[in-house]
Design a protein around this ligand. Structure first.
Ligand code: ADP
Length: 189
């Protein structure tokens, strides 16, 4: 249901050999999607081309097949929808889907600096999604640098509080994942 992936590549086609920072076992656990029921967010970090989008698409396809409502948007599309919601039917439809989704995939977060009003719109959406849906956010910048692009420190803190409340950060550029809040998606190795 919905989604709008940039390409279709199943999780089973994700080449785990090419991605040393994720084990087969972790990939399998992510694919079981219990983290969506627990409203965990995933942050996929790494430089371009390491497979952030491929992993989020694979997980998104899996989620749709298991009956979850999924939306895939780039950060650029999302900001366009938010800024034109008042007067563009397409943006209203897309944002309604995003607000109803169990899983929202935001690809390429923070590729551009935000104006304060844009940061506010983004914050409002994150607040609406908080507590009833999961996010997958891919970015080439770690969350401690997002403030440089969001701008307003108060809005940055408010956004980060919600996104990082229940999160699994997965580094796809070498280092393995780390945990937040002593809660885990991955069981002990
Ligand atoms: P990014 O990290 O920039 O989001 P992509 O996920 O779009 O990178 O990866 C770039 C291309 O390489 C895509 O066509 C993607 O399907 C492929 N790719 C990257 N990593 C993997 C992987 N581990 N297994 C299979 N395909 C991959």
């Amino acid at each position: 249901k919905w989604a709008q992936f940039p390409y279709h590549k199943r999780l089973s086609q994700f080449d785990i050999q090419a991605q040393q920072s994720l084990s087969q076992r972790q990939l399998k656990q992510l694919g079981e999607l219990t983290w969506i029921d627990d409203q965990f967010n995933l942050i996929l970090l790494g430089p371009p081309g390491v497979g952030k989008t491929a992993l989020s698409v694979g997980l998104g396809i899996e989620a749709i097949e298991q009956g979850y409502r999924v939306m895939f948007v780039t950060m650029g599309q999302l900001m366009t929808y938010l800024k034109t919601e008042e007067f563009t039917r397409k943006s209203q439809i897309q944002l309604n889907r995003i607000r109803q989704a169990d899983l929202v995939i935001v690809d390429d977060l923070m590729y551009m600096a935000m104006e304060t009003y844009e940061a506010n719109l983004f914050f409002q959406l994150i607040s609406q999604l908080y507590e009833h849906s999961s996010l997958i956010i891919s970015s080439n910048k770690a969350p401690d640098h997002w403030g440089e692009l969001i701008g307003d420190p108060g809005i940055t803190t408010a956004i980060l509080d919600r996104i990082l409340h229940r999160v699994e950060v997965i580094n796809l550029n070498g280092d393995s994942y780390r945990m937040k809040n002593n809660q885990k998606i991955f069981s002990a190795e």
